[in-house]
Design a protein around this ligand. Structure first.
Ligand SMILES: *Cc1c(COP(=O)(O)O)cnc(C)c1O
Length: 444
């Protein structure tokens, strides 16, 4: 156990705006999260390594519950999940949104109440659906017409399963084209515009063992404005109104998904949760009153905004190369532990930790160790000009879609994840070893 306690002094606060709230600078050039110096974590667990601030995760859950006291808040497990995380989410009173049998099984076998879990997926396998029914998942979100008959058959004539329908409201929002899921030209959901959503509802109503509790939509990710959610409320209540007129159907739940944007670098915008909550509450009340419908219970599904800002990734510098106009700082991780810059062009703000440097800033590109020229972690960032092999770099906002998206590329093994709390660090997920990798290679 790490037992170093660091006084809670915050200097250069502006620089730490995207870091966990517990981040301190115990000595110049040093950074500690929840009282644990990052250099100590690197020494103890090796690099690359992820650090997750437990208090920050819990605090973010509480912020959601406080902002949305009347809503069900489901943490989107795909952002990051491990057994400790399952406990924290449960203890903080949130539900879970999962999108595979694997995420579902992990949560339920860790003791998470299955009735507080919602299963998503545009292509659920028979195994996904069987696991959902076997474990008693709370809701299955129907995402394609063929899923209705498949699910009904799997449930059986005497069974019962609550479902929602994933609706495409026709809204373009989100930080990158690859994460926009509210429009009609992508793979998720059933569109309002072409009538598929309404048609799916009709077919579900024909299946007595399926109970439709509400509609769902998820507009995309990294949305920083409130307006797209308000448009979604209007369109979803519009559909609910037509369903009421057509079938006399009154839906009890409205799930607006997640996608709440966060800042990855100081100065970037983030979605204002208080404004979001106030806006949605008002819009939903007005739209339902105008339609003469009772207000459905609101469900929201934040992933990134709960886990992302609570995490930090630590790397060791292995090489510094000056070529033409560029300085490349190569670290011991890269696209296998963070594919997001390569996938979506996400920008990060890495920082030298573990030593003080008096050198002036140099414009550098931080690259990974993988065999791809596109293996760039952060382009055109300022680091001290004397950055050299052996230095430690810390990348904040690494708690979501990092380890969960990590790959086996180049057989370097996925990094471990440690949790820090009250001056202590503990291992939650160990490093993937060559033995782990070798154990799957059974052909010789
Ligand atoms: C990914 C996803 C979320 C969470 O998105 P974030 O951007 O992490 O908040 C919520 N709901 C659904 C259906 C998703 O696919």
């Amino acid at each position: 156990m790490t037992t170093v306690h660091v006084p809670a002094v915050r200097t250069s606060a502006a620089d730490l705006s995207v870091w966990p709230a517990s981040t301190t600078e115990p000595a110049p050039g040093d950074l500690a999260v929840s009282g644990v110096p990052l250099a100590e974590i690197a020494d103890r667990f090796g690099t690359p390594v992820y650090v997750l601030d437990e208090a920050e995760v819990r605090e973010r859950c509480r912020t959601y519950r406080h902002a949305f006291p009347d809503a069900d808040i489901l943490y989107a497990a795909k952002a990051f999940l491990c057994r400790a995380m399952v406990h924290w989410i449960d203890e903080e009173g949130l539900g879970l949104d999962v999108c595979s049998a694997g995420e579902l099984e992990l949560a339920v076998t860790t003791g998470f109440p299955p009735d507080r879990i919602v299963l998503h997926g545009n292509a659920k396998s028979p195994h996904d659906l069987d696991t959902a029914l076997r474990l008693g998942v709370g809701r299955v979100v129907i995402d394609s017409p063929s899923e209705i008959a498949r699910l009904a058959a799997a449930v059986g004539p005497d069974g019962h399963q609550k479902v929602m329908v994933r609706v495409v409201p026709g809204i373009s929002a989100g930080g990158h084209q690859k994460v926009r899921t509210g429009t009609d030209d992508q793979k998720f959901g059933l569109s309002i515009a072409d009538g598929y959503a309404q048609h799916a509802v009709t077919r579900i109503l024909d299946q007595p063992q399926l109970e439709l509790t509400g509609l769902h939509c998820h507009l995309g990710s990294q949305i920083t404005g409130v307006e797209p959610y308000l448009v979604a409320v209007r369109r979803m209540v519009g559909l609910m109104t037509r369903l009421y007129e057509q079938h006399g159907l009154v839906l009890r739940e409205l799930d607006l998904g997640g996608g709440h944007g966060i800042a990855y670098r100081p100065g970037e915008p983030a979605l204002d949760l208080t404004a979001l909550a106030r806006g949605i509450r008002g819009e939903l009340a007005d739209a339902c009153a105008a339609a003469g419908l009772p207000r459905p219970r609101l469900v929201i599904e934040p992933g990134r905004a709960v886990a992302g800002p609570a995490g930090v990734a630590l790397y060791r510098v292995l090489a510094v190369k000056h070529t033409g106009d560029h300085v490349f700082v190569a670290v011991d991780g890269g696209m296998s532990d963070n594919p997001r810059p390569a996938l979506y062009g996400v920008r990060y703000a890495p920082r030298l930790v573990g030593r003080r440097s008096a050198a002036g800033p140099a414009r550098v590109t931080v690259v990974g160790r993988h065999c791809e020229a596109g293996d760039v972690l952060a382009s055109d960032v300022d680091l001290p000009g004397d950055v050299h092999p052996g230095d430690l770099l810390a990348v904040p906002v690494a708690g979501a879609y990092h380890l969960s998206m990590a790959s086996g590329y180049n057989l370097v093994g996925r990094p471990p994840l440690t949790a820090v709390r009250d001056g202590h660090a503990r291992l939650l997920v160990r490093r993937e070893t060559l033995e782990d990798i070798g154990s799957r290679d059974v052909g010789l």
